[in-house]
Design a protein around this ligand. Structure first.
Ligand SMILES: [Zn+2]
Length: 246
């Protein structure tokens, strides 16, 4: 369960490495997602294996003195990439996903479709946003991708394409119900119509989004709606893969 509050973090890296994290609004267990906090650091800061002692003040139950944050820096990224490149399984991959699969999922680091579905490089196209929602931006992205397909193959082969919407339990988008105007803008609807987006219920929400895809995508493609349980690691097939009718 996410703890929400206003937190202040201060590092203890020594006088030569001043660093302050002054803003953070979400704390999942002992992890403070680096992307969700604001960093202020002196020039020349060495970020390698940065361990920040975190002093937390805020909402009820949020006191976690001594929690740590590890930042993956470019040195670490380059090291991991070198191992990937050594594997040599990328050179023959094609732009078109060989699994004929497009996943629309959430940015949450626990729900990477490559992990959840065991996808190999080149098997699927993946679009990720907050909640894995089908928004006007998502639809615009799909439209652009269809043009790429057209350019590369001379035309889409709808029978070969599966669009899977992947939502999940404990999604951070539920924290955004406190910001209805932000959500309304995200979905391109009036704030009064947000209930129809079922933001707090991933099962209902995935049905909503699969239905939008069925209405907006060309006949012949397959659409499904899945909900991943972050506690069990399993998906619930809420909307089984079905062909979009003409
Ligand atoms: Zn999420």
């Amino acid at each position: 369960m996410a703890q929400v509050g206003v937190f202040k973090y201060e590092s203890h890296l020594g006088a030569d490495s001043p660093c302050r994290i002054t803003q953070g609004v979400d704390l999942h267990d002992h992890d403070v997602p680096p992307s969700r906090v604001a960093w202020e650091a002196a020039a020349g800061q060495d970020w390698r294996q940065l361990q920040v002692a975190v002093g937390v003040t805020g909402g009820p139950g949020s006191e976690r003195e001594g929690a740590t944050v590890t930042v993956i820096d470019t040195d670490e990224l380059a090291k991991r990439n070198a191992r990937f490149a050594d594997g040599g399984s990328f050179a023959d991959l094609k732009l078109m996903p060989i699994g004929s699969l497009t996943v629309i999922g959430c940015v949450d680091p626990r729900v990477d479709p490559s992990d959840v579905f065991g996808l190999k490089p080149g098997e699927a196209a993946v679009i990720r946003n907050v909640g894995g929602r089908v928004t006007p931006t998502t639809l615009r992205t799909l439209e652009m991708l269809s043009k790429v397909v057209q350019a590369r193959t001379g035309g889409p082969r709808p029978g070969d394409v599966h669009y899977a919407v992947l939502h999940h339990t404990d999604c951070g988008i539920t924290d955004l119900t406190a910001f209805p105007e932000l959500l309304a803008d995200y979905f391109g609807v009036p704030a009064g119509d947000l209930d129809a987006k079922a933001v707090t219920d991933p099962v209902a929400a995935v049905r909503v989004d699969a239905e939008i895809l069925k209405q907006r995508l060309p006949a012949g493609v397959f659409v499904s709606g899945l909900v991943y349980d972050v506690a069990t690691g399993l998906i619930d097939v809420v909307v089984p893969s079905a062909r979009v009718e003409a």
